[in-house]
Design a protein around this ligand. Sequence first.
Ligand code: FMN
Length: 163
Amino acid sequence: MKTLLVVYVSFTGGARQMAEAAAEGAGGEEGVQVRLLQAPQAGPDDLLGADGYVFAGPEMLGAMAGLLKDLFDRCYYPLLERLQGRPYATLVCAGSDGQGAARQIERIATGWRLKAVAPPLVVCTHAQTPQAIQAPKQLMPAELEACRELGAAMGAGLALGVF
Ligand SMILES: Cc1cc2nc3c(=O)[nH]c(=O)nc-3n(C[C@H](O)[C@H](O)[C@H](O)COP(=O)(O)O)c2cc1C
């Protein structure tokens, strides 16, 4: 049995829906168990105990959300040179851009020598005003389907041992 860890941060629900959709997609694969954790609840043992990862969160102020960065800050050195070659994917929920968060996650994953299975999947909510940015998000079915498919691809790859 392989384990996929989906770890996320979300404040208005967008990245949570992305993470849940990816977890659902992966959970449909035989031979794969999925753990869905919020980043503050995750630690080095959770990462070490998984065979692959989905990192999900919003872009905030041009960067990944601080609580996701906190997970990497807590785990980076305890896990350095212990995760080489494991597959990962990145999900970013953004109001207008998302590339800054995606780049930061990729750099850290590169330091760990993780292997990206796909380009970062960025969903843009087009929330531009303070009110829209702070409002609860409901992502479109097609956006969630893309996350589900990415999760399913991760799950299938893990189950088959192709990564
Ligand atoms: C303080 C703050 C800063 C933000 N900065 C950015 C940003 O730099 N780029 C961007 O595309 N969206 C930015 N956003 C918008 C969020 O990424 C967007 O609302 C997203 O849906 C949040 O994800 P969540 O619903 O999972 O909390 C920001 C939102 C907040 C609250």
